[in-house]
Structure formats: structure tokens, C-alpha cells
Design a protein around this ligand. Sequence first.
Ligand code: NAD
Length: 415
Amino acid sequence: MLANALTRLDEAAAHLNIDSDVLEKLKFPRETTQVRLMIRMDDGSRKSFMAWRCRYDDTRGPTKGGIRFHPDASADEVETLAFWMTFKCAVMNLPYGGGKGAIKVDPHALSKAELERLSRAYIQAFSRIIGPDRDIPAPDVYTNSMIMGWMADEYSSIVGATTPAVITGKPIALGGSLGREDATARGGFYLIRRLAKELGLELGARVAVQGFGNAGQHIARLMAGDGYRVVAVSDSRGCLHNPAGLDVAAAIAAKKEGGLAALGQVKGNEWLPPEAAIGIDCDVLVPAALEDMIHKDNAEEVKAKIVLELANGPITPEADKLLAQRGIVVLPDILANAGGVTVSYFEWVQNRQGYYWTVEEVHQRLKAVMETEGWAIWQRSKELGITMRSAAYVHALARLAQAIEAHGTQQFFTA
Ligand code: NAD
């Protein structure tokens, strides 16, 4: 996985005049720690779980990235995700490097008490690696604000001081930020709005959303509220389609109450298989489910002219090329879904200030960052005649290279 991800680095470097030292530094993770965690299960037995934390690069600041609980987690995956975080933070100009962590576990097979013991064990094992000025975790796949609360609490007990800034994505009651809940979708929404004229999007443009969880529901709500016509939303069970436009509030309510399928009976709506979402006739396709959903075998089905990648890595490299050949503009994940990490950064800033912002302040600051970086990347893509994805990597690499060079030959590393 990491070898594939690194091809982006070489592609971006071809557009910049940078020192080979920069590439040497970014080609390898700075440190990856592997630990076997041992916890007591509810039945009194002991069980062990493999866990990792990778600090890929800390040139631009403390490393930042989520912790994932997943049965398929691996060191390679953690390092690849940490590489992406390095670039995502640089794209948004956040004063962070990139990191990531994981535990190889099926969290659904644990009781709540076991999950809490495992989360605390992770912090006990990695307490010397993480820290508000060193490495700041956050939620990722199958981890949530409750788990971040336990983790922040465990870290605070270990260091003997309340330290909310060690972790983001916490419950509001423990120093979480307002506006984090819909930050990923909202960031993507501000980006689309900023570039609407350049992308040829007009009022009433049709949107299809694949994946109707946190990111998918919020983007559908925000875009419908702004006058876009949401013609399809899908989840792992099927795709709800109505060419005249769906009632998004009803779809969100149906999803909460037991499933989107119930709305398939409503006049004008139709209920299709989940894979239909990719080929829906629309102007903007929003993949907001899992990785690799658009691949070489279905890329030709895409009818949208714009793809807003709210999911991480939803388009395979082969499909990416096929879409580019057809002139489809892909707003890439490291920009389009970076609203989440940006509001995580705001949470860290508020924790350190001990002064908390209103939701309006969070929205206004997020909008400013998305618009500034989105516009700069758009201009770079036009100047260099490259895709928005390549332009985002070039934009990030230029910042990383400047920071690496500014450190001088005796590069300072945190201990
Ligand atoms: P989620 O678990 O809330 O929602 C995922 C949705 O995808 C679910 O509705 C699920 O039914 C659907 N899904 C699964 N398989 C599908 C399939 N084959 N076809 C259609 N739908 C399918 O997750 P989320 O938090 O909304 O995250 C979605 C994506 O966005 C992930 O790639 C995640 O990494 C990325 N992302 C999320 C955030 C965030 O803040 N939530 C931040 C950055 C990136």
C-alpha cells in the first residue's frame, strides 16, 4: 500500500524543483511503534491485540492522525494512512505532520467494558509517543468520541495533569469542538461552493451521494439546503433514486429508523442495487462510503462531471486515469474531506487556549481555510495543466519541501 501511495510523491516532485534530500526524507516513515496490548476480558481470561502508532513525518509540527480499530489493520496500512495525513495537513496548511494508529481488533466482538480497557491500554502503551506537542490522535474507522474521551482521561491520569489537547474528536463535555460533527461534509460543501462557477455548476445541479453515514448524510443535507437537487443516496443495502430530487430530511429520518428501502415505495422514488449509485445520471457524484468504490470496471459508468471525494481513497489509480481522460474533475480526498482534520486542529487550538469558540466561528474559520486552499490548488492545476489531485500533492509537497529545507542540515527531531 505504501509503495503505491509513494508514486504520488514522485509524480508531484516532477513538477517542482526540489532537493533530492526532501524526497529521501518523505519516502520513509520516521517511526512506527508496534506493541502487543494485553487486557483482561469480562470472563476473567486475558487476551492480546496487536497495536501500532506511526509518526510519518513531523517536519511541519506534531504528528496528527486517527486511531482505527479494525480486524484487518496492519503496519503497512497504518504507515500509508500516516503518509496521507502528512500531505493532508500540508494541503490545508495546518501546523502538523502526519501520523496514524490502529489496533487489530473487531470492536463489535467486545463488551463496552472490554472496549474501554483496550482503549486505555493503547494509551498506556503509547503515552511516551503521543502528546499535545508531539503526536495528537483522533477518531477513525470504528472509533468515536466516547473512545477519545476515555483515551484523553487515561493520558491525563498518566501525566498527572488535565491534558485535553492530547487528542481531538472528544465529547463536547470534555473539550471537544462545536462543529466537528459535520466538519468533513461542510468542508467539501464550502469547496464546491467556492469552485461552482469554474466547475460550471448552476443552481439545481444534480447530486448523487454514495454512502449515507456521517459524511454522506451531512453533505446531502447541506447541498439540498443550498438549492442543489439530491437525486440519489445509497448505503450498503441499496440506492434510493429520484431524478426529480429526493426529500433529504425524510431519507435521513428513514436511515435512522431502520433503512432507506422504506422510501423506495414513495411515488417518484425507485430502490436500486447499491452499485447503481456510481452510474446515476447527475452532475456531482460524492463517494462517501469506503475506499476503492470506483475502479477500472465501473469507471466508464460514471456520468457526473465532478466527483467530490469525501471518502478516503474511493477511486483506484486506474479509475483515476480513466476519469481524467474523460475530462471528469475529481476534487481529491486530501483536500475535499480535510474539513474533519481542520476542525480537529481548531479543537486543539481551543484546548490550548482554554477559550471556546461558537459554532459560527468554527464555520467561518473552516470556510476561510477551505476556500483559500481550494482556490490555490485550482489555480495550480490550471497553471500546470494537471488534475486537481496532482495539484493538491504538488501544493502540499512545496510546503513540506520548504519546511524540510528551512530546518537546515541538522534536522531537528522531537525526541
Ligand atoms: P460511516 O460509517 O458513518 O458511513 C459509511 C456509509 O457507507 C454507511 O452508510 C454504509 O452503509 C455505507 N456503505 C458501506 N458500503 C457501501 C457500499 N458498498 N455502497 C454504498 N454505501 C456503502 O462513515 P463516515 O464517517 O461517513 O466515513 C465515510 C468515508 O469518509 C470514509 O472513507 C472515511 O474514511 C471518510 N472520512 C470521514 C471523516 C469523518 O469525519 N466522518 C473524515 C475524513 C474522511
